[in-house]
Design a protein around this ligand. Sequence first.
Ligand SMILES: [Zn+2]
Length: 361
Amino acid sequence: MISYLGNNSYQKISEIIQEYHYKKVLLITNKTSFFKSGIANYVFQTLISCQYVQFNQFSVNPKFEEVLEGLKIVQDFNPDLIIGVGGGSAMDMAKFLMYFAGAKNLTKESFLKELANPIKQDQYLPLMLIPTTSGSGSEATRFAVIYVDGIKQSLDTIRILPDFCIVDGLMAEKLPKDVTAYTAVDALSQAIESYWAVSATTESKDYALMAIKLILNSIIPVVKNPTLFYREQMALGAYYAGAAINITRTTAPHAFSYYLTTKYHIPHGQAVGLVLPYFIEPNSKVRDLSEIYKLFGVTNALELKTAFIKTLDEIGMYQKLSDILKDDLVDFIHAVNIDRLNNNPAKMNFEDFQSLFSLSS
Ligand SMILES: [Zn+2]
């Protein structure tokens, strides 16, 4: 993976296309903000030397059937490069299309089989990812999410790490305030979770700390008074958070957050931000979080929890879990993704969670 980081790195797109002699580009984007936010102007000017086809006919939570539609275009157009420009959805769609580019007669069954055990496809296409939301970090991860019959499934293989990645604050220049806030909280939470994850390594911790530092320097100004400098800091922060979870995956806050998004349609970043504060104290008992305290300018877990909530509050994101969950605390706890939970350092059972989430905070 070759990454180009920093404002104006989008100009590398045309250099890459020329250097590798790409002639036919399949461009995967979201439907409206690609044009509305001016990203199209940047991207199209880099594609003048080649033919391209744009694919944007997929949902915010892409579905299997939409992957099949995209694959038809891959087969008809026969691109030599796939570029995914957007938030998690567009980048994930691009990952699926590059991975399954050579798949013949793909059915729901063979697709699910491949997700369960990603071994090989005959042909992969070169992939370039260009994030526009500074949140998911999908540009630096081996994961892609898809909905099959309404159920969230994921592809997890190093094959879908992009060949090229362009992380440019200009791409997020016009990102609305609310999206800027919740994608920033997602990135910050991913970095914190990666740091304390059971699977953390020295390398992943370095990425996580770099991410936390960049995000904390920019999260409030990038929401309240965005400049290209802060957009760049956030884009880099999200990228390093992605690089960190690419190694470790996420932990309990992500595991519990999916219920809030599925049932109450709370944006992913906000849902994670709601849950994370509960895990700071329990995880601090089994993990040394002093490096994180230092970055937040605090000295203990309780102060970190307060500082995290204060940050959410300042960018208009704080809500209490008790304001959202009606009388479904038990459902909320039972819906947890066990795999992610196993990666959480503090080991807790159902009763522990019940008392953890019953505490007012
Ligand atoms: Zn996330």
